[in-house]
Design a protein around this ligand. Sequence first.
Ligand code: FE
Length: 212
Amino acid sequence: MIPATRTAIERDVARCAELLGILFTQEQEFTADAEAQSRALSMIIRNPELGRIFVVEIDGVIEGMVMLLFSVSTCLGRKAALLEDMVVAPAWRTKGLGTLLINHAVDFARREGFGRITLLTDRDNEAAQQFYRAQGFAQSEMVVFRKLLDDGTVMNKSESDTWMCRECGYLYDPAEGDPESRIKEGTPFVEVSGHWSCPVCFASKADFEPFL
Ligand code: FE
């Protein structure tokens, strides 16, 4: 029953995506898309220079997560981090897991020489704001602006385009499919069976990543 924090690894992706699903149904600006969340989580876990995902486990089950995405502050002349996707499973809220996760992330950032952590939260989520204030975060005077770069191809790339085998570099082209494995031409990668494997090296479907 003692919560343990650690860095997320590849096999945590499904559970973390599930937690993000809970978070995104709560937040106003975001909608949950398990496939997009899994893709992003894997991207971070496989590329530690992008950031770090921390999870808190109770009896071997992940009940909360938070991540730091890495950037640079020219003002400070140091690394800076964006704290994102802080979520605790509903049954475990108000039991100190959030504080554990934040402390873990802050300790990590200090140790690694980061000069600042920035985070965004919903304007009307007073509870979250109070929580972050209690963790030593102060509200910034800055205003958040966004531009979504979705021209209809970027976001849907994984559904419509080429995927690459990480093991051997084979490219799955949906226009061709994989006739030898009875994957018809025109089959998007997401619709290829999970039992399908790379026709060249037999790596599993999970070993493929979007070829951008
Ligand atoms: Fe392969």
